[in-house]
Design a protein around this ligand. Structure first.
Ligand code: HEC
Length: 410
């Protein structure tokens, strides 16, 4: 099979697996948000029919043209119903497709997506090994923390998990390219979320069901353990979703202190989720206390917006104003050598693209002018070429930037 054909087929694989990943993720997170919301909106049972013993609360809803009535039992119902619905395939499918994408993109094209020689010159093999090691180690440490004595002190446990994230973010951003580091961070959190479902929440539910079937006294402990993990999952969700879209925003992963950006966005995400959870509760629907996490998130985001403002870039541009402006043909020569291997109508098969990334082609100066802002952002933040695979020199980077700022508008 020619390189072109195999790259083309890989691109289809990527598209289909990504499609599946997004769909499964929506189903999983949708159901998970729904159940958190449901739990927090339960009210003491009301209505004409008598309720079973052991009902903790109920909720009425209208949706899609029908009325629904959900009830939650304190531990378990008197008798198990003939059909009991479970929720886990959404989570497993999200992880399996996510891991497949990690392999297809970040591992197969580690030189482009995972490794940045300016951060650390890793072999492909070492980079993949470290990424997998970090993902597994994070789960082992997190699970250990939850099972330790700390697990009974939710606040201290939260502090420990936050510390673990700081170490992760800092460490990963000092080993991988910004984009790769963000993705491994998100993949680790996502793996913890799915492992919580697989190893704690579902086994706990199976134990509840088994005890009921065998007529044993139901031990609430496994249920409570599952509740703790699903509470964690809810706070991990927004940070993970940020990472999954961060690849489109070089200003985040390409920032100089990108590990701080990652932590700040994760903190803001967890706070925003916390705000929703607090608002769901009857006591949080009025008053200001529930809005506190929202205020934290807003302050964090404003700080980030200010901190990432392209002031440095403008200073660079002003500094360059005195330098001689390179000629257009000199610029095209650089672009031809350093950018066109990927950004052309027929990219070099060596880098695994069957079509130009994001459809961006730099065939002439006009193409550069049209994408002036993005090109400037990419070059000023050192994120393009990814993994510096075409060896753009600092001199060439400055030349393109000088040309873009001086002649790019005309
Ligand atoms: C090894 C392949 C490769 C090379 C070489 C390369 N790029 Fe890219 N470029 C990419 C990929 C992949 C993306 C898409 C990133 C994504 O998925 O969001 C991209 C995206 C871009 C974008 C759009 C960014 C955005 O999100 O809006 C710009 C602008 C860009 N490249 C400019 C350049 C310039 C200028 C050069 C040469 C100095 C260059 N690229 C060299 C692979 C490459």
């Amino acid at each position: 099979m020619t390189d072109y054909l195999s790259n083309y087929l890989f691109e289809w694989c990527e598209l289909l697996v990504l499609w599946l990943h997004v769909i499964a993720g929506i189903a999983w997170i949708g159901a998970s948000f729904y159940f958190v919301w449901l739990d927090d909106h339960l009210e003491p049972a009301s209505g004409p029919e008598p309720l079973d013993a052991g009902v903790a609360g109920e909720l009425w809803a209208v949706h899609g043209g029908g009325f629904y009535r959900s009830r939650k039992y304190r531990v378990a119902p008197e008798r198990l119903p003939p059909t009991l619905h479970w929720f886990y395939w959404e989570a497993y499918t999200t992880w399996i497709s996510g891991f497949a994408l990690l392999c297809l993109l970040y591992f197969r094209e580690a030189n482009i997506y995972l490794i940045d020689p300016a951060v650390m010159a890793l072999s492909k093999f070492a980079a993949i090994g470290i990424a997998l090691g970090v993902i597994v180690a994070n789960w082992v440490v997190y699970d250990g923390l939850c099972r330790s004595a700390l697990g009974r002190k939710p606040k201290w446990l939260a502090v420990a998990i936050a510390l673990m994230s700081v170490v992760d973010a800092w460490g990963l951003c000092h080993v991988f390219s910004g984009r790769g580091a963000f993705m491994v961070f998100g993949a680790s959190l996502g793996t913890i979320m799915v492992a919580n479902v697989l190893f704690v929440i579902i086994p706990g539910q199976r134990e509840l069901v088994r005890a009921k079937q065998e007529g044993r006294e139901v031990d609430p402990q496994p249920g409570l353990r599952g509740k703790q993990r699903s509470r964690h999952n809810t706070y991990f969700t927004l940070p993970v979703l940020f990472v999954m879209i961060s690849g489109h925003f070089a200003m985040t992963y390409g920032a100089r202190a990108n590990w701080l950006v990652l932590l700040a966005m994760s903190f803001a995400g967890a706070c925003i989720r916390g705000w929703f959870v607090a608002r769901h509760k009857p006591e949080g629907r009025h008053g200001l206390k529930a809005a506190l996490p929202a205020a934290f998130a807003a302050v964090t985001l404003v700080c980030l917006i200010v901190a990432l403002a392209p002031a440095n870039r403008l200073v660079v541009a002003r500094g360059m104003a005195s330098a001689p402006v390179p000629t257009g043909s000199a610029i095209m020569a650089i672009v031809h050598k350093r950018c066109a291997p990927c950004h052309s109508a027929t990219p070099s098969a060596k880098f695994g693209f069957a079509s130009p990334p994001l459809g961006i082609v730099f065939a002439n100066l006009h193409d550069l002018r049209v994408r002036r802002t993005e090109v400037e952002a990419m070059l000023a933040s050192d994120t393009m070429p990814p993994g510096d695979v075409t060896g753009l020199t600092q001199q060439e980077r400055t030349e393109i930037l000088t040309w873009i700022t001086q002649r790019g508008k005309k």
